[in-house]
Design a protein around this ligand. Structure first.
Ligand code: UP6
Length: 275
């Protein structure tokens, strides 16, 4: 795992959005991404208003919000506009965890159109590598067409998953990293969802984000498997993704601070210095 600091990497990262994210992380001293897995849009916004100062990234599953929570398409747009306003106010980025998994031509429509128009508001999204690299090219075409283009949009590939029995590990992970070296990935694929460091060659710098992080429990009844912030960060993860550990807690702000502190402490340990 790299001992370079986020601040060093913020000036050299090969993608513009990666540089932006690393800058936020070093400025706010946080490598915490909160996963806002709660069905109420009102609650999501109020959580973010409280937790915003402690995170670098807010992850959503907008298609998991019951449509009855919105009374019109205009409400959906209002919600995403509020997410964007909070991100600006508290200096974090948005990550819609859409996990695209189809051919390039189909994901283009899913990313740019549909009900949620993810490309219009989410800085980061992610994709499975299982269809092959047409998925990277298809999503890129959409990202290049929004305001600011690739200055404002980035993609992560799912190299490894946290769940029991996943096929995304080992050789699959390594082939996924190889896919991110392609021409259409340049300046666009900023890193991976993975459980720890991935193979990194001279001149490469991948931002690794890790879900399946919890300080209280080891897993859930549906195959989720948890590690601690210290374990994943020392193993090469750059950003810890925490869902229920924060959003299902009695005091989410207190837990956000606790995960922020644990993640930052582990990062300093890995860097071998106080930063
Ligand atoms: N997620 C995983 N594991 C993966 C990829 N993504 O858990 O390999 C996502 C889930 C959820 C969040 O979709 O939104 O990360 C984890 O939430 P939790 O902390 O409540 O388990």
């Amino acid at each position: 795992p790299s001992t370079d600091t986020y601040a060093q990497r913020a000036s050299t990262h090969p993608t513009p959005l990666g540089r932006k994210l690393l800058t936020i992380m070093s400025r706010k001293k946080t490598n915490l991404c909160v996963s806002l897995d709660t069905p109420s849009p009102v609650e999501i916004l109020s959580l973010l208003a409280d937790i915003g100062p402690y995170i670098c990234l807010a992850k959503t599953h907008i298609d998991a919000i019951p449509f009855t929570a919105f009374s019109s398409f205009e409400d959906v747009h209002q919600f995403t506009a509020s997410l964007e306003a909070l991100a600006k106010e508290h200096d974090f980025l948005l990550f819609e965890d859409r996990k695209f998994a189809d051919i390039g031509n189909t994901v283009k429509a899913q990313y740019g159109s549909g009900i949620y128009k993810i490309a219009d508001w989410s800085h980061i999204t992610n994709a499975h590598s299982v269809p092959g690299d047409g998925i990277i090219a298809g999503l890129r075409e959409v990202a290049e067409g929004v305001e600011g283009g690739l200055e404002n949009r980035g993609l992560l590939l799912l190299a490894e998953m946290s769940s029991k029995g996943t096929l995304a590990k080992g050789a699959y992970r390594d082939t996924t990293v190889e896919m991110a070296r392609g021409e259409k990935a340049k300046g666009w694929v900023m890193g991976f969802i993975a459980q720890g460091a991935v193979e990194t060659r001279e001149g490469e710098d991948w931002i690794v984000m890790t879900p399946g992080v919890n300080l209280g429990v080891k897993g859930d009844a549906l195959g989720q498997q948890y590690n601690t912030p210290e374990k994943v960060v020392l193993g090469g993860s750059d950003i810890i993704i925490v869902g229920r550990g924060i959003v299902a807690a009695a005091d989410p702000v207190k837990e956000a601070v606790r995960y922020r502190d644990a993640g930052w402490k582990a990062y300093q340990k890995r860097a071998g210095r106080e930063v």
